[in-house]
Design a protein around this ligand. Sequence first.
Ligand code: SF4
Length: 921
Amino acid sequence: MNDRNNPQKPFSRRSFIQTAAMTAATLALPGCSRNEKPVLTTLTGDFDPLRSYPYRGWEDFYRKIWTWDKVVRSTHSANCTGSCSWNVYVRNGVMVREEQAADYPRINAELPDYNPRGCQKGGCFTEYVYSPQRLRYPLIRTGERGEGKWRRATWDEALTMVAEKLLDNIYNYGPDTNSFFSVIPAMSPVSFCAGSRLAHYIGGVFLSFYDWYCDLPPGEPLTWGVQTEACECADWFNSKYIVLWGSNISQTRIPDAHFAYEARYNGAKLVCISPDYNSSAIHADLYFRINPGTDAILALGVAKLLIDRNLIDAPYVKEQTDLPLLVLPGTKRFLRESDLKNGGKEDIFYFWDTKQQRAVPTPGSMGSEQKTIQLNGADPALTGTFQVQLAHGNTAEVTTVFELLKKEIAGYTVDRVAERTGLPPNEIELFAKELGTRKPAMIIHGAGTNHWFHNDLSNRSLILLVALTGNTGKNGGGFNHYVGQERIWPEQGFFKLAFPETRKKQRFQNTTLWSYVHSTNKDPHLYNGKPIEWYIQESVKNGWMPLWPKNGRKPRAFVVWRANYLNQAKGNEILESSLWKDLDLIVDINYRMDTTALYSDVVLPAASYYEKVDINSTDCHSYIHPFGKACEPLFESKTDWDIFHALAEKMAEVATRKNLKPFHDDAFDWTRDFTQLAHDWTGKGAIQTDEQAVDFLLGNAEETKGMTYKQIQEKPKRFIATDPESWNSDIEEGVAYTPFKHQLEKKRPWRTLTGRQQFYIDHPWYIELGEALPTFKEPVAEKYPLYWNTPHGRWSIHSTWRDHRAMLRLQRGGPIVYMHPDDARKRGLQDNDWVRIHNEVGHCVCRLQILPGEQPGRVTMYHGWEKYLGFKEGGWQSLTYIKIKPTQLIGKYGHVNFRLNYWGPTGNNRDIKVEVEKAKV
Ligand code: SF4
């Protein structure tokens, strides 16, 4: 600012350069050496810091931006897996900004810490809270669904409408016609439990999410009998060989990527396997630009090299895996006690002990009385064929799973693998050698690999690599899958809050199956000559997968909160024109108008992340920290806890007014008196508030016993224990958490039929479909030329922040599809063209970006764009449809049973193909 009494020339670029040069010259003068105090003689005018200004009020105004009345600790729940603690600064009741709290206690002095933790989305949430997308009042639809015509309603009117409809459905069509959808309890369990408790007390169907989003790695329940088990990210630093397999951590694990990159200073090598040259690949020592959908053949080719070159950890394999177990080649089934003895058990298995030269039962299987896998001096044979005497007197030749595996992968020679994956043979050999010799080694696994139709096969193939090399169960090792914030640490406390009268009395449903069956979605492919409908019918008939509502009835009401079902729904228009049409009532509880809210009938405004009390945890670290109420819920919004509490009260009021008799729910022999619903829902009045719910949850879990909400508002706390019911390692002081130490160090059985890491699944459908062992299958055949790749992006967490002003300014501001220059050239397309992307399912129209890092033969659109956000037509899910994999429908096989979010068909979407052409706009 110029001094009016001493006007100066405007400050030009030339005068800046002159002044800067003079400054440099002055500082370079003799007498201005480092040892002498510099004397500022040359600076005058705007550059003179000693000169006084006549008006300095603006500085004060600027400083006041950074003042606050209070600071409240909170976080975000968008299923980012970050779970980062933030301080929210509040002035005059307005949330003005957030800063990373950066006070996670260290695990030990050697490991890099978790501070500071955050990403650019979290750093601008305060702006989102006050953005135009924010829902302010209850809304009732007046136009067509999706048309955007609403009227403002009172809470009383909206809740009465919902309560009456839910009760009508129960009495007229059955409680299973009311469906409830919410995701990821770990990211805000109290909000989750608010609705799950209501579903529980009214007999509604509770839908899964982790499998539907295809974040569930089905190879883990199959091989390990767990949902997902991964080390916390600090353990990456302990690794000496990190393989980023389909995981772009620089974009999708922003708070944690540093652990992998810092591990390189600790002696680790980094490998990146990804079809595109992405922002994580730039850090890699070895980059594999793999052909899409060929991960399993690479893994099995490497497995063959490890075996052929004797790079396997044989003692580990003999003790920890099913590879030494005996199989009857004729039936392709494991040799069981029932084969050897009349009245023998189906769940006792055998290996060949080379010391005793006979088949001996494996300790630790489901039928074994020994609750250990300790071999007690036995030496199981990995190779060979042996004779055993069967129960009816005949002898039979048996062999090991390892022998069968060697045969299965014999064809995956380096040349074949190189040809199919597009990778150099010598680098595949280098990878195998390093994986077999650098210890510990880990795979960081992501959606890029998991979202394929044959995800179970690729999971199993990758898990095989870290088992053969003896890495699973060790710090710095293993197969670590991070897609979705699915694992809730204080698990037992959560279940007690979510489904209070025990989980056995809840209608659970796999969403992939529900969405397929209740819509006109059709998968045209045949599996072993049969349509998927045949497998679905068999699975439901056998009681392997539940299907609600039963007996061909349709769902009638759908309540969604903390989720964006329609944005993530494969085959968007298919669902809209069938499942959605059949629903009489769609309720969306949300803090912003997203696609699901837009296509709903009643929208209830929810408190945002900074306006409620809750907790947050993730697989990525071993701490718990809270959401805090930086201010009261804005406008007329309420916390999820208060909304469902109010709905329970309203249903009780309606039931009383209508004099509804108690409803006998035959499925559970449960007489439900809805006049008492609010009393039941609040735990007989004991849990009225969010904070009471948090304390109930913390107090009922081993992991958090003794902790209170107030304590974790002070500072994040590390979990104090792990419940042996649900965890596979202890929390150890000073040690980063990694799973399966119970199995490796304490010799506890794995949670599988055989009590070992089970690579052989001898269920009839697996045998019939040729998947008893990990194998490679080509992606599902589709007619079009370009793979449709819709990964997690950098500038949003799914659909959240997709419409944030600041995030849109970091990209081109609307939906874009990335294409390799060669593919663009072939089609005569220029950068920024409007393009029409289409296949037999549907189409969308958006802008094109030409990207040399993209893989030829594939186009990418980062997922989550709302349908109303810049597409000329359609949306990113208009091109997808639901494809159910038959083998993921099995159940009642040892450890493989339907369990919500643990086992059930995944909503895969990577095998989809499209064509792209210039759009007429
Ligand atoms: S959005 Fe997720 S990753 Fe980003 S700061 Fe928030 S919690 Fe952390």
